[in-house]
Design a protein. Structure first.
Length: 417
């Protein structure tokens, strides 16, 4: 078995993901993916047709995001017609899973030089929803259709799940708001100190003009007093009828957990931001890196996936972390930094409490609450962010994990070379 080296990591800025309001909304999804692929090629002097394959993650593969963004983005980026591409979907875990799959390909000796990552235009998803509603088109599976409502494994709305977990765990709204404010504070400090400068590449149009060169979502002036004024976002959604039997998102949870009186604590300020973005890694075997004169920055030492209760949906990261630690032969004490996607504040708050972690080692540069969650891209964003931070602090290992719809979670451990 070979090792899977991470040579480089880049991401686009994250643009507000609402139609007509964000800096990237007029960008084609393939162009967004091509931006990070092209940057990796240029930064590392990779010639056309040198990449063996592109392993890509995009969750909502409909509309302009359909048609294998991995392959089409590679063509748009000028990687060469011989460079193939595959696009996969593990919901929020798509980008992180793409990296794990690439690492497996390299480790097995199937391929030698890969690009892995993901992209998502949340504005595209919302535009597609509006089109469906306007023209009374059948659902393309972008929302909460009947595919989520199977009787054996009912799956509710993720925001309602977040509130249910907070209720079950006794995690207060005040604690969740405090976590959100800290995410904003850490992100602002990271931006101010230029911690993201190494990895962010601007998105340009075909004429070379800058479309977006900085993240649009952070709100550094946010205070706990500000957040306390926000009404919960999912109270009304919880009672929304989802089928002809009279089920609601709340009753779907109560059908499995009948004793939960769900309290609603999450809102826009302590939930992940809706954004557009892309991120990618250049990965290689040691032999290929040596051949091309590429200096590795890190290696993937373990990866794992796990399923958890689909009804609560968001509790996979803790068992995923335990599983990948076991595979690597490591303990919590062996991990220097942790990156856990801030889909909702309760996800990371519960993760910290369950594993008894030092908060100063978790999401040290903020997360998706402050900067947004471009679904298919987020896992790759997180790997690049934590790699930069390992180097900045002179540390060794990081564990990256995130919840995904359906009650899943991928996890990866990387180690600096």
């Amino acid at each position: 078995m070979s090792e899977a080296y991470i040579i480089d990591a880049v991401r686009t800025p994250r643009g507000a993901g609402k139609p007509g309001k964000g800096g990237l909304v007029n960008c084609h999804p393939q162009h967004l993916a091509a931006t990070v692929m092209k940057a990796l090629m240029q930064r590392n002097n990779i010639t056309a047709n040198s990449i063996d394959d592109v392993v890509w993650g995009t969750s909502a593969q409909k509309g302009r995001q359909g048609g294998d963004v991995g392959r089409m983005g590679a063509l748009d980026a000028g990687l060469g017609i011989e460079v193939s591409g595959v696009t996969m979907d593990r919901f929020c875990g798509s980008g992180l899973t793409a990296i794990a799959l690439a690492a497996g390909q390299l480790g097995a000796g199937f391929e030698d030089l890969l690009i892995a990552g993901g992209s998502e235009m949340m504005s595209e998803i919302e535009s597609q929803r509006r089109l469906e509603q306007e023209h009374k088109m059948p659902s393309l599976g972008l929302g909460t259709g009947n595919h989520r409502l199977q009787a054996k494994f009912p799956q509710s709305h993720q925001g309602v799940c977040a509130d249910a977990i907070a209720t079950m765990e006794g995690i207060t709204r005040e604690a969740l708001d405090a976590f959100a404010v800290e995410s904003q504070r850490r992100a602002h400090k990271a931006f101010t100190e230029g911690r993201f400068d190494k990895s962010i590449v601007p998105v340009l149009d075909d004429e070379g003009h800058v479309i977006l060169d900085k993240d649009e979502h952070p709100r550094p002036s946010t205070t706990e007093e500000d957040l306390a004024k926000l009404a919960p976002s999912f109270a009304q959604i919880a009672d929304f009828p989802v089928d002809k039997k009279g089920n609601t998102f709340k009753t779907l949870i109560n059908s499995v957990y009948p004793n939960i009186d769900i309290q609603h604590y999450h809102h826009a300020g302590n939930s992940s931001g809706i954004v557009d973005g892309a991120a990618a890694l250049l990965m290689a075997t040691p032999a290929k890196a040596a051949e091309l004169g590429l200096v590795p920055r890190a290696k993937v030492i373990a990866a794992a996936n796990i399923g958890d209760c689909p009804t609560l949906m968001l509790n996979g990261p803790v068992p995923a972390a335990k599983k990948v630690l076991q595979k690597a032969g490591l303990t919590v004490a062996d991990i220097d930094l942790w990156e856990v996607n801030e889909a909702f504040a309760v996800v990371v708050e519960k993760f910290i409490r369950d594993l008894n972690l030092d908060r100063n080692k978790v999401n040290v540069n903020g997360g998706a609450i402050a900067m947004g969650h471009p679904i298919g891209a987020t896992g790759a964003v997180m790997v690049g962010t934590v790699l930069d931070e390992l180097e900045r602090q002179g540390l060794r290992r990081a564990l990256i994990t995130m919840c995904a719809a359906g009650g899943m979670a991928p996890a990866i451990i990387i180690e600096r070379v």
